[in-house]
Design a protein around this ligand. Structure first.
Ligand SMILES: *Cc1c(COP(=O)(O)O)cnc(C)c1O
Length: 378
């Protein structure tokens, strides 16, 4: 019993290092709140936020708005709700929104802008870093003609998730701002990982957000809050957005309980994103040394690492993922038949990354041996 008591603090410490019994590389959405967050949540001052009376929500909204250099913020349940609330506030039925063809707001949000807003997305090609060409944006803007939906909005994303979370420079946003101004368009930024971009580029997030009209930031990814995003913009914009959040069923009551974690996320968790980026770079470099794997290490600037099996490899992607889970307690996202995604975050240590590399090497060796043993045509 006494021994148990002595071991208990060590166990708690280990718990902090690894909150689940699996090492979870699938996404940074899997991050658990920190002990500090749990404590703050329990002690949070609360009120009815629909009456504007939750002091913790109000403090979070002010803090978020300040960090992105905007007048006001609006606490929402998710990044998807942040984007949708923003889009509904900028555009109406029959309007058109220009968006990257592989942007999260176009591909991965259940078509919300079209389903709930009657807003027509206009997907535009993006390059390997997730950038649209200015000429393509220009060509996507409808002429003033009753045939066409009216172009109202440009949707941007930073970091760009599907491109290894590539951090796009502020110059890109400045350039698009000029196009938008010429055509009186608004810009909404899906900044789910805006602070990853700012940390990777070593700039203030405001350098990016000064070029957009609204931004949605996620508290629950690398920043570890359990729930929530904040949509930020001008006072007038947020006043309207508040109505749209209500419309979507997202006006919450004693939301200070969760907002308390969000305040810690923004105050204490931003700087440590650099560690996640270091771990991702380390992972990418180690992966690039493995024969069966291809990866462009130059593309790894933040915390998302996509990598592929070489065309020449006979190994099956899904069996790698299954064996990593079963034999090594490691979760990896299968992003295609031969494509994987590993995301580093607060609960992934350097040791965990090394374990992934060791596990992958073991499995690849045994799988390769297995397939070479099989007779041809079997
Ligand atoms: C995670 C994410 C979102 C929002 O996702 P939710 O799961 O709704 O919080 C939006 N955009 C990008 C780029 C994301 O990675």
């Amino acid at each position: 019993m006494r021994l148990l008591k002595r071991l208990l603090p060590i166990k708690l410490f280990l718990h902090k290092l690894r909150p689940v019994n699996k090492i979870d590389f699938r996404s940074d959405t899997v991050t658990w709140p920190t002990t500090e967050m749990r404590t703050a949540m329990a002690a949070a001052k609360i009120g009815d936020d629909v009456y504007g009376e939750d002091p913790t929500v109000n403090a979070l909204e002010e803090l978020a708005a300040d960090l992105v250099g905007m007048e006001a913020g609006l606490f929402v349940a998710s990044g998807t709700m942040g984007n949708l609330t923003g889009i509904l506030t900028h555009a109406s039925r029959g309007d058109q929104a220009i968006v990257g063809e592989d942007a999260h707001s176009y591909r991965s949000e259940a078509g919300g802008m079209a389903v709930l807003g009657g807003i027509v997305p206009k997907p535009v090609r993006t390059d390997l870093k997730g950038m649209m060409r200015l000429a393509d944006i220009g060509a996507a803007i409808s002429p003033d003609d009753p045939h066409y939906p009216r172009t109202k909005l440009i949707l941007l994303e930073n970091t760009y998730g599907i491109r290894n979370g590539y951090p796009l420079k502020s110059e890109y946003f400045a350039d698009i701002r000029q196009v938008a101004d010429r055509h009186q368009l608004s810009i909404h930024l899906d900044g789910a990982r805006l602070f990853n971009a700012a940390i990777a580029l070593q700039i203030d997030a405001r350098e990016i957000t000064r070029h957009v009209d609204s931004v949605s930031i996620c508290l629950s990814k690398g920043l570890c809050a359990p729930i929530g995003s904040v949509l930020c913009g001008s006072f007038d914009f947020i006043y309207e957005a508040r109505r749209n959040r209500k419309l979507l069923g997202g006006a919450m009551r004693q939301a200070g309980i969760v907002a308390a974690a969000g305040i810690i996320a923004l105050n204490d968790m931003v700087a440590q994103l650099a560690l996640d980026h270091d771990n991702a770079k380390f992972l990418a470099e180690k992966l690039s040394l493995i024969d069966e794997i291809t990866i462009d290490t130059e593309m790894i600037k933040t915390n998302i690492v996509f990598f592929d099996l070489k065309d020449s490899s006979s190994v099956i992607g899904s069996s790698i993922v299954r064996r990593l889970r079963k034999e090594h307690d490691i979760l990896l996202e299968l992003a295609g038949p031969r494509r994987f995604r590993a995301v580093t975050h607060y609960w992934i240590s350097r040791e965990n990354v090394k374990k992934l590399i060791r596990g992958l090497k073991l499995i690849l060796t045994s799988e390769t041996n297995l397939t070479t043993l099989l007779p041809i045509n079997s």
